[in-house]
Design a protein around this ligand. Structure first.
Ligand SMILES: C[S@@+](CC[C@H](N)C(=O)[O-])C[C@H]1O[C@@H](n2cnc3c(N)ncnc32)[C@H](O)[C@@H]1O
Length: 217
């Protein structure tokens, strides 16, 4: 057994408190990546983020919080931007690094708990959240948002792509416009909350979503 497997077998949460999603599912996030692709792993970037990038929405240094197996991060890297993808799932990060090697792209990937983003001790001009915010419950969100504030440069931009509660066949963890507005009511200015589609393997045409553009003030 490798050192990493031994450590994960001892404590699959690596010393951190399991998130509400992990407590509910009874499994660490890493388990989703161990037997074939996770349901949200569409083997490419989210079209909403590709469109956002093509209209010049991404700039400077970029953080992808909860990057999973890295397709959004690598799309950012393909634009020539410096990008760090962080996740708690080490298996996902191994997959992300392998994709980067295969595609000849340069991106940094690191294990980090998005509920303690301040520990990174770094600041980014653009922060992406594709499918992470909506996994946190009402208790975790303030902690997450305060960590986001510490890593987003003043004047920088945070994009949150999440499931929405508007429209037929919502995805898991649908979020309302009001919840988004309330979560970013202090230290942030919401520039836009636009209806979008979030693709998953179960929703190839996309489930109802929001793309929120949020400025750090
Ligand atoms: C629904 S997936 C989305 C993955 C990727 N962003 C995408 O769009 O395909 C949520 C991701 O967030 C990660 N995650 C969940 N809680 C986290 C935390 N506290 N810190 C860092 N990553 C976390 C999970 O491991 C998973 O990779």
């Amino acid at each position: 057994m490798s050192e990493r497997s031994k450590t994960l077998a001892d404590d699959p949460y690596g010393g951190r408190r399991p998130t509400s999603h992990e407590r509910q599912s009874g499994e660490p996030w890493d388990a989703s990546y161990q037997d074939g692709p996770a349901p949200w792993d569409i083997d490419g970037p989210q079209p909403a983020l590709v469109r956002l990038a093509s209209r010049g929405g991404l700039a400077g240094t970029v953080l992808d919080a909860g990057c999973g197996s890295g397709d959004n991060t690598l799309h950012v890297a393909s634009l020539g931007l410096r990008v760090l993808g962080v996740d708690v799932a080490e298996t996902a990060l191994e997959q992300a690094r392998a994709k980067a090697r295969e595609r000849g792209l340069e991106a940094e990937f690191a294990v980090a708990d998005a509920l303690r983003l301040g520990d990174l001790g770094r600041e980014f001009d653009t922060v992406l959240d594709s499918g992470l915010f909506h996994t946190f419950d009402g208790e975790e969100r303030p902690e997450y948002v305060s960590g986001l504030a510490s890593v987003t440069a003043h004047g920088g931009t945070l994009y949150v792509l999440c499931f929405s509660d508007e429209g037929p066949e919502p995805g898991p963890h649908p979020v309302s416009r009001e919840e988004l507005t309330a979560a970013f009511s202090s230290g942030w200015s919401i520039a836009a909350i636009e209806p979008e589609r979030v693709l998953t393997r179960r929703h190839p045409d996309g489930a109802p979503g929001w793309l929120a553009t949020i400025k750090r003030i």
